[in-house]
Write a protein of this length. Structure first.
Length: 516
């Protein structure tokens, strides 16, 4: 009977359709790529592919014969070897010709190596989960206790263990290699560090707010949920790596200090990349004075390092892969999109509409095959669909490639569309998704310019305010001057977001990205 049960389970594993990996992934799991059998790989390689110039073939693996052919962008380096540390990995990539040795970047890698060495001797403490009773306020004092000055002892403060290795905060401009440095550090962590997380900070905060909301719905709006969420997160990550650490939301600003303190009190070691020095975070933000303690915490408990390399690696000229096409409204553009869809899709899975669920809402995919999805821009970022960052994250979990047609040029009158597109691009970049676009304008003219942002601000000051800003003012009791001076409305964050998006689009349009 036992042998029969084993046989049936074995048979079931080999005969039943396997659930796609994306369907079982949590927010914190890293991307993995399943191996193909020789038969499937042969079918994939035999399929027609959109034309890439023959001279570009093999560039990712061939040794460089001239200085110009040696990649300097750390984003092109490849997958790190978990058996060695960051510095040895960097040296290996330089020897293999994947990287050009950069003195300043080598200094940064030495800082990563130093933290790596400290982690080899670090054993994270056991996470002690709080209870409702342990966090309950003390009972009211009696009349005589108050009369004779007897007070309850103060509640214990959040204590950070003395033996916790000091984390890192790496900041620099767009294209300075932050993401690759982070990935290299994460992928070479000591083998005994088994609970670890590497996540985009925006995705992390979305998950935090979702957890807080669930606890408050269960225990009431006045319930202090941060210690419980901090303990749960610490249970899953003794090393926590944040990419693109930033704060642009007043809701994030109000909870970040206590959340980070809670994580570190459980022995979590943090490494963060950002485009801003801690002092520049949430600059001109609403109620910024409440965020200052978080800034001081970052500067005290993390080593702040400037990645001020003069080179924007993502803007180094790279051979184009031909994934971007303009103008969009032509027969050639339609043919371009269809060819790429045919190449990236699964011939065994006929194209069809699909529906996914996010927080009880439906996300409609008009055309999908295998792990490739095709959208018109209006179906992905248009105002009628109301997609959020959580929706885009769900899409990138389920699909590895996207074909988006009819992308318009965006000015200050379509800033909401630009924000949605940038949020989608960030999700694609984080998951290393392949992206094909047909656009009305060249890629350099895709987003709103600084002059357009200024014109939009001036228009808002003298005219009607968008409903979302009017609602924000009503909720927070702000006047026009206060809102205009905040980072939400000043254009500073948007200028940076547009610059980052263009830089990422350049990188995502390269042969190296498509063939990775």
């Amino acid at each position: 009977m036992i042998r029969r049960g084993i046989f049936l389970r074995t048979l079931r594993r080999h005969t039943l359709p396997q659930r796609p990996a994306a369907a079982t992934r949590t927010l914190y799991t890293t991307t993995t790529h399943g191996a193909l059998c020789f038969q499937c790989a042969g079918k994939l390689l035999a399929r027609p592919r959109p034309r890439i110039p023959q001279i570009l073939r093999g560039m990712a693996t061939a040794a460089a014969s001239a200085t110009e052919s040696v990649p300097t962008a750390m984003e092109d380096a490849g997958v790190a070897d978990p058996a060695i540390g960051p510095l040895a990995q960097y040296d290996a990539w330089v020897r293999e010709g994947r990287l050009r040795d950069d003195e300043y970047q080598r200094g940064i890698v030495k800082n990563l190596q130093s933290l790596h060495d400290r982690l080899t001797q670090y054993n994270p403490p056991k996470v002690i989960h709080p209870t409702i009773e342990s966090l309950a306020p003390p009972p009211p004092q009696s009349f005589f206790n108050r009369l004779f000055g007897r007070e309850h002892p103060p509640l214990p403060q959040t204590q950070i263990p003395e033996n916790i290795p000091k984390g890192l905060y790496l900041y620099g401009d767009v294209g300075s290699g932050k993401t690759m440095l982070m990935d290299m550090f994460y992928n070479t962590l000591p083998s005994h560090i088994t609970s670890k997380t590497r996540i985009h900070f925006h995705h992390f905060m979305q998950d935090v707010h979702k957890r807080l909301h669930k606890l408050k719905m269960r225990h009431g709006p006045d319930f202090d949920a941060i210690p419980f969420v901090g303990a749960d997160l610490a249970q899953n990550a003794s090393v926590l790596c944040f990419d693109e650490f930033q704060c642009t939301d007043v809701a994030d600003a109000m909870i970040l200090r206590r959340l980070l303190e809670s994580l570190m009190s459980h022995g979590v070691v943090m490494v963060a990349t950002s485009n801003r020095h801690p002092d520049e975070l949430y600059k001109n933000g609403i109620q910024r004075e409440s965020f200052i303690p978080c800034i001081e915490l970052l500067k005290k408990d993390l080593e702040v390092i400037n990645l001020d390399s003069p080179t924007d690696y993502r803007k180094i000229p790279r051979p184009p892969s031909g994934v971007y096409f303009h103008p969009a409204n032509t027969p050639a553009a339609k043919e371009h999109a269809q060819k790429w869809f045919n190449y990236l899709s699964d011939p065994r899975d006929p194209p069809s509409p699909r529906v996914h669920q996010v927080w009880g809402r439906e996300i409609k995919v008009p055309k999908a095959s295998g792990r490739c999805a095709m959208f018109h821009f209006d179906e992905l970022c248009g105002g009628a669909v109301h997609m959020s960052a959580a929706d885009y994250i769900e899409l990138t979990r389920n699909y590895r490639s996207f074909v988006v047609v009819g992308v318009p040029g965006m000015d200050h009158r379509s800033r909401d569309l630009a924000r949605r597109l940038i949020t989608f691009l960030d999700a694609c970049y984080e998951e290393k998704s392949k992206l094909v676009l047909t656009m009305d304008v060249p890629i350099g003219q895709l987003f709103v310019s600084s002059d357009d942002i200024k014109a939009s601000i001036d228009d808002k000051e003298g005219g009607e305010l968008d409903a979302q800003y009017r609602s924000l003012m009503d909720d927070l009791g702000l006047d026009m001057k206060m809102l205009k001076n905040s980072s939400i409305f000043s254009g500073d964050e948007e200028r940076f977001a547009f610059q980052r998006a263009l830089s990422r689009l350049v990188e995502m349009g390269s042969v190296q990205w498509i063939e990775a």
